[in-house]
Design a protein around this ligand. Structure first.
Ligand SMILES: CC(C)(COP(=O)(O)OP(=O)(O)OC[C@H]1O[C@@H](n2cnc3c(N)ncnc32)[C@H](O)[C@@H]1OP(=O)(O)O)[C@@H](O)C(=O)NCCC(=O)NCCS
Length: 177
């Protein structure tokens, strides 16, 4: 198990196939998918495919979303971290890193997404030596909007994402001087 980061309450580590049950619980919840295009998954195979895709990204892109585990219980609560987009275009950007997060519903509202994302941003600057990190949310996803602002991203503008027929919001942050 490759652990990348720790915070006061969380361990942030590689996502592995052992996370399949947690990933299924996460991604089969319609509330979790409310601002993700409303397409919760129905089968564990889909959770496994997601994990495998992320593991391929670790190898091919050097980064991908990481699992978030509660130190207190060792429980998988969701994922967070950086993704290098090479395969989709958002707001006229194709090659960029964004910061994201997705947590199981029972763990919302405890500051975990903020705690995890802050340390992932530090990793972006200090380890990956990135100059800019972007953020994307669906318009109306106030929890996610707040997390991005709390960790220091700037809201730039809204844009229409044609492939999903959605209004999205675009954020960015530059490496602190
Ligand atoms: C977005 C998400 C990761 C946030 O996780 P979290 O651990 O609850 O976030 P935090 O507790 O760190 O911060 C959430 C903030 O949003 C606020 N918030 C939550 N719901 C809100 C709402 N409906 N309206 C306004 N503010 C809201 C919280 O009060 C908190 O702000 P505060 O610290 O000022 O009180 C979680 O809601 C989630 O997994 N949602 C489903 C997946 C998703 O939408 N991911 C993001 C895709 S862009």
């Amino acid at each position: 198990m490759n652990i990348h980061l720790e915070t006061q309450r969380l361990i942030i580590r590689d996502l592995t196939e052992q996370d399949i049950d947690g990933m299924f619980a996460l991604d089969s919840d319609p509330e979790v998918h409310k601002y993700l295009g409303n397409k919760p998954i129905k089968h564990k195979d889909e959770a496994l495919k997601y994990i495998k895709d992320v593991n391929t990204q670790y190898v091919e892109r050097g980064i991908g979303r990481w699992a978030v585990e509660l130190k207190e219980t060792g429980k998988f609560i969701g994922w967070c971290g950086l993704r290098l987009y090479t395969d989709y275009t958002f707001n006229n950007h194709t090659n960029f890193h964004d910061i994201g997060y997705r947590l199981r519903r029972e763990f919302w509202g405890k500051g975990y997404a903020t705690e995890a994302s802050k340390v992932c941003l530090k990793y972006a600057w200090n380890v990956m030596k990135l100059n800019t990190v972007y953020g994307i949310t669906e318009k109306g996803n106030e929890a996610s909007h707040k997390v991005l602002l709390k960790i220091g991203l700037n809201y730039i503008e809204d844009f229409f994402y044609k492939p999903e027929n959605m209004m999205l919001r675009w954020y960015s942050i530059s490496k602190p001087k």
